[in-house]
Design a protein. Structure first.
Length: 182
């Protein structure tokens, strides 16, 4: 598999490349056996395929990448109509554990005022953000309506998942992979 140097951006790599020094937060492939891979420990892993089974992709969506459009960039790189894409949302930090500052919320609201429902007010100027809700909203707005997963919390389930917020720098990473077998 192609192991990306994830930088919380929107670059999408070709999973079939031999270059193992690629800075990107997503990869896509039309090739059999080329695995699209992302590593996460609270950020949202999103795996994609099209209905015909001819292209797959994986995206690492932390709040920065999500706000910048990593999901949309990944779908564009697949080269198929968004309405033919299916998405699976892997384990990520849940809203009750994902406290953010007002600047993060404002970044999302500046583009889509309707996403305000993905935020719950916390103490002072703090907010709690729902990565799953934000991702679903962005996917829906882009034309993807077949969305699955999104029911696990990486923070609350230490027996199953790694969490950077819970464990700090000692945290491991979870690998999410998707590939074609033709």
């Amino acid at each position: 598999p192609l192991w990306l140097k994830q930088v919380h951006g929107v670059e999408v790599a070709d999973a079939g490349t031999d270059n193992q020094e690629v800075e990107a937060d997503a990869s896509a492939s039309h090739e059999s056996g080329a695995a699209c891979t992302v590593l996460t420990a609270d950020c949202l892993p999103v795996l994609f395929c099209n209905l015909d089974g001819t292209v797959v992709a994986a995206a690492h969506a932390g709040w920065k990448g999500l706000a910048a459009g990593v999901l949309e960039a990944t779908i564009k790189s697949m080269g198929v109509p968004p309405e033919t894409v299916m998405a699976w949302l892997g384990p990520a930090i849940s809203q009750r554990n994902f406290e953010i500052g007002p600047e993060v919320r404002e970044q999302f609201l500046a583009e889509d005022i309707g996403c305000s429902e993905a935020f719950i007010s916390g103490r002072g100027d703090r907010w709690f953000a729902d990565l799953y809700s934000l991702a679903c909203r962005r996917l829906n707005r882009f034309g993807v309506n077949r969305i699955y997963g999104g029911e696990f919390c990486s923070y609350d389930q230490p027996e199953l998942f790694y969490s950077y917020r819970r464990d700090g720098k000692a945290s491991g990473r979870m690998a999410s992979l998707i590939w074609l077998e033709v």
